[in-house]
Design a protein around this ligand. Structure first.
Ligand SMILES: Nc1nc2c(c(=O)[nH]1)N[C@H]1C(S)=C(S)[C@@H](COP(=O)(O)O)O[C@H]1N2
Ligand SMILES: [Mo]
Length: 349
């Protein structure tokens, strides 16, 4: 069962318990417009723009290309927004706008090689079939499609165009019949209902990478510039116990959670504090490390003293990036990866 955060369009969050599974049984849904119902039989994927031979592929032609299956974690860049102070507008996600699935599809690179990328190519724009008017954070100029670009080098790297999720055809909510999956990047790059791939010779300035899903980046000598969000930040979440759980001193508890990071990095260390961040101890990983994929962790703990306790977890990745104690305001209402306390009550025996 998913938790509804918004209706029309539906934005649905996964409950914490379901995030304990290696593959998320109910994957979150994040959509900006109504779900376009595309008929796989009539479907065409266009590859156009700065290419030597433009393509128009049917779904059957796509399925006939070499396929790969990858297990990857997708996190919405707004996951955890409800923990921001002051509060920010946007979907008020708690911890469940993240999930892991097995994605099967074709490498974007295969299609770009077939089409032949032009010498002046700079970026690859992925266009979704969904469209509508945006009002927040800024009004869009009428109806726009959801679209996002990748730098050419990233597009030629590890990007999957998926038609299956966990061994079954994509559902309409998750982008049927075809969507992008960009390993190590926040979910906004994973364009659903993908119908057009356009190679361009300039830095694309689409709505969903300038006014939305972008942040200000400081520069040494020049004023800050707006940059599209891309790689996920190092993050961990406590999944059990749930906030406001009541336990007894002397009870044996299993603290469990998940941690992940972006790019080609992996999470390497996971620490837990049972005293609001004064002291930390290492928790134990439940799986090996792999880029683009979360790791579950666990720590046994027996509280001795009654009182109000703040539990925290803190991950460190292979580049030495550590979860910060507070949200960086330059990231606006996205990239929310600071440590968030889970309050519990320990009662006397
Ligand atoms: N076409 C299209 N693609 C989209 C979106 C969208 O609204 N339209 N939302 C993006 C965002 S912000 C996220 S987090 C992921 C969510 O994918 P999911 O709904 O399968 O979990 O899809 C991305 N791809
Ligand atoms: Mo997102």
């Amino acid at each position: 069962m998913l938790i509804t955060r918004q209706h029309h369009p539906d934005n649905l969050e996964t409950p914490a318990q379901a995030l304990l599974e290696p593959l998320t049984p109910t994957h979150y849904v994040r959509s900006h417009f109504a779900v376009p119902l595309l008929d796989a039989a009539a479907f065409r994927l266009k590859v156009a723009g700065s290419v030597t031979s433009p393509l128009s592929l049917s779904f059957a032609e796509l399925r006939a290309l070499p396929a790969t299956t990858r297990t990857l974690t997708l996190e919405c860049a707004g996951n955890g927004r409800v923990y921001l102070t002051p509060s920010a507008s946007g979907v008020q996600w708690e911890i469940g706008a993240v999930g892991t699935a097995q994605w099967t599809g074709v490498a974007l690179r295969t299609l770009l090689e077939r089409a032949g990328v032009g010498d002046n190519a700079c970026e690859v724009v992925l266009v979704g079939a969904d469209e509508g008017q945006m009002d927040d954070p800024v009004k869009s100029p009428g109806c726009i499609h959801y679209s996002r670009s990748l730098p050419l080098s990233r597009a030629l790297g590890d990007v999957l165009l998926a038609y299956e999720m966990n061994g079954e055809a994509l559902t309409p909510a998750h982008g049927a019949p075809l969507r992008a999956i960009v390993p190590g990047w926040y979910g906004m790059a994973a364009v659903k209902w993908l119908t057009e791939i356009r190679v361009v010779d300039h830095a694309y300035q689409g709505y969903f990478q300038t006014v939305d899903y972008a942040r200000w980046e400081k520069q040494d000598d020049l004023p800050p510039v707006r940059v599209p969000l891309s790689e996920m930040r190092v993050k961990s979440q406590i999944l059990t116990p749930a906030p406001h759980t009541c336990v007894q001193a002397g009870d044996h508890l299993e603290l469990c959670g998940a941690a992940w990071t972006g790019g080609e990095r992996t999470v390497q260390q996971i620490e837990v504090s049972t005293d609001g961040g004064h002291s930390w101890q290492d928790a134990e990983w439940q799986q090996d490390a792999a880029p683009g994929l979360w790791r579950h962790w666990r720590l046994s703990w027996t509280p001795q003293q009654p009182g109000e306790v703040k539990l925290l977890s803190r991950a460190t990745d292979s580049a030495g990036q550590v979860q910060p104690a507070a949200h960086d305001p330059h990231r606006g209402s996205y990239e929310i990866h600071h440590t968030v306390a889970v309050p519990i009550t320990v009662k006397a025996k």
